[in-house]
Design a binder for this molecule. Sequence first.
Ligand code: HEC
Length: 206
Amino acid sequence: MYKGFLHTHYLVVSLFLLLYVIKTVLLLSNKTDLLKTFSKKTRVFEIVISFMFLLTGIYLMTQLPYGSKYDYMLWIKLIMIVSSIPIAVIGFRRFNKTLAALSLLMITGSFGLGEVYHKKKGIAKQTENIAANDGKALYEANCNLCHGPNGKLGMSGAKDLTATTMDVAAIKDIISHGKGAMPAAQVNTEEAGAIAEYVNTQIKGH
Ligand code: HEC
């Protein structure tokens, strides 16, 4: 479900950008008549993908791990996308090149910014003041936000840990190195071992 929405979001955002790049190029190269025809022909398509852009975006935001809802980058991204819409509408309606180019820049910029930032950041170190052998506390600090206290939360496409068939070694490995959408936890080997032990005995199969 999460992955489906994520892929649909990327697809509609790409189509949306493609449409705007074409329109901006037509406007900047003074092909006003062609722009009018193109806009008319793609009108329904544009409404559909804009709607899907919003819908999938809102869904994905509800699936963000707890901490990132307070992430200022996310709000900058959102404000940039939302404010670029009226700028684009006015820009294309008035054939104003500056506004059209500005809105395109804001949309691509906010998308790129978010991507780069999220890849770089990962999950912040959460082990301050927790004993390295306290698997439960370490789990709560590092894993709760996606897997939840009972392992079933499933935020950001996280797997249900009660249903995992992994052994301690495999769990420890995934904690240290991450997998797919799961970032590696900022913990040392001993801490990763304690968390894996906790997941294996207290969450798996419960
Ligand atoms: C940002 C969200 C996020 C955080 C934080 C997170 N996980 Fe995950 N976890 C995921 C996602 C997404 C997957 C699915 C990865 C895949 O299979 O592509 C996953 C998968 C797993 C799996 C594999 C389950 C299986 O059977 O395939 C284990 C085990 C696991 N996580 C344990 C942990 C532990 C322990 C922590 C804390 C150290 C943690 N995760 C923190 C998102 C997260």
